[in-house]
Design a protein around this ligand. Sequence first.
Ligand SMILES: Cc1cc2nc3c(=O)[nH]c(=O)nc-3n(C[C@H](O)[C@H](O)[C@H](O)COP(=O)(O)OP(=O)(O)OC[C@H]3O[C@@H](n4cnc5c(N)ncnc54)[C@H](O)[C@@H]3O)c2cc1C
Length: 386
Amino acid sequence: MTPLDLLDLDASLSEEERQIRAVVRQLVTDRVRPHVAGWYEDGEVPARELAREFGKLGLLGMHLTGYGCAGASAVAYGLACLELEAGDSGVRSLVSVQGSLAMYAIWRFGSEEQKQRWLPAMATGDAIGCFGLTEPDHGSDPASMATRARRDGDDWILTGGKMWITNAPIADVAVIWARTDSGVRGFAVPMDTPGVTAREIRRKMSLRASLTGEIALDDVRLPADAQLPEAVGLKAPLSCLTEARHGIVWGALGAARDCLETALEYATTRTQFGRPLAGFQLTQAKLADMAVEWNKGLLLALHLGRLADAGTLRPEQVSVGKLNNVREALAIARQCRTILGANGVSGDYPVMRHANNLESVLTYEGTSEIHQLVIGQRLTGLSAFA
Ligand SMILES: Cc1cc2nc3c(=O)[nH]c(=O)nc-3n(C[C@H](O)[C@H](O)[C@H](O)COP(=O)(O)OP(=O)(O)OC[C@H]3O[C@@H](n4cnc5c(N)ncnc54)[C@H](O)[C@@H]3O)c2cc1C
């Protein structure tokens, strides 16, 4: 138990959940922490190498069953996301997109042949997946997507483009969502198919230890069996987002915890006016408020995780978690930055990196505004999306 665990929430975890958490925490300590500041600064990350190491530990598609996946509980998966994001949100994004978006889409909506082809290799990290929903002109409103899939005999021809796609620059397979004459459908698109090109998006000021790309689809001819047979309509990609958002509910707390631990350590060792910063009432008020929010966030994550394990978690409940936990994590990161003074803006400390990363986490997987609208619709029975 750490001082941060004010509510003894550790005690409500099973022994197995604690063990999984410890293994991932150690991996992050050994493999991510020593290098991540450099990856962030350079905007480079050895994603393939990391994916293979994560695969060895069963972290890819961890909460899925069969096809080489670990079949862990939703809470165990959430704890893994938390530990990964305590290292860096970009590293957690690699795992989330691989497991909760790309693998989940194939696992949930794919044919047996598609599952056999992709899932075992993705679970070991030998194949990397990405998930293409967002387009340059259609983000929060994917129902308006412009990417089209049309029939040509038995084949499909895909035309359009996807934007802001995590893992795209190194992906072997993209799950692409496109409009057909009969509504939105999903396709497992090998990235070496003629007509598919991926361009890396550089100059990000956030999530720099994560590879993000733009995918162009220029009359891409796919055999009929590239279509995910069970994915019918927009609710298919949205259900994938619900999976990934659950991981983010936990993950964001990891970034916040790392900021809080850094600020606590800093405040107890840095002296001004003849006493440690932590001895000032104003600093303690900041620390107390942040710790309260962090514990409330963990309580929420645990509750949602237990609902997921019971099979009763609803999308608007995930919206409650994503909205609250990312918003509070970002507020914690910014507040911790003030405690570190000038060092707060230095890359020698992780706080500014986490704060910058959380700006992306706030936007992807549904912006805060979109989650407010989801919750508002549940409360009022009225859709205020358009
Ligand atoms: C680093 C990074 C990685 C990403 N990875 C992926 C990925 O792997 N796959 C993928 O498909 N996408 C990915 N995304 C894209 C992400 O999901 C979108 O950026 C997000 O959905 C928002 O879309 P947008 O950027 O087009 O913003 P817009 O939809 O243009 O929104 C701009 C602003 O307007 C607000 N807004 C929009 N509609 C409404 C409304 N009805 N009412 C009130 N406010 C509204 C939004 O909340 C936001 O504040 C990634 C994004 C980032 C930054």
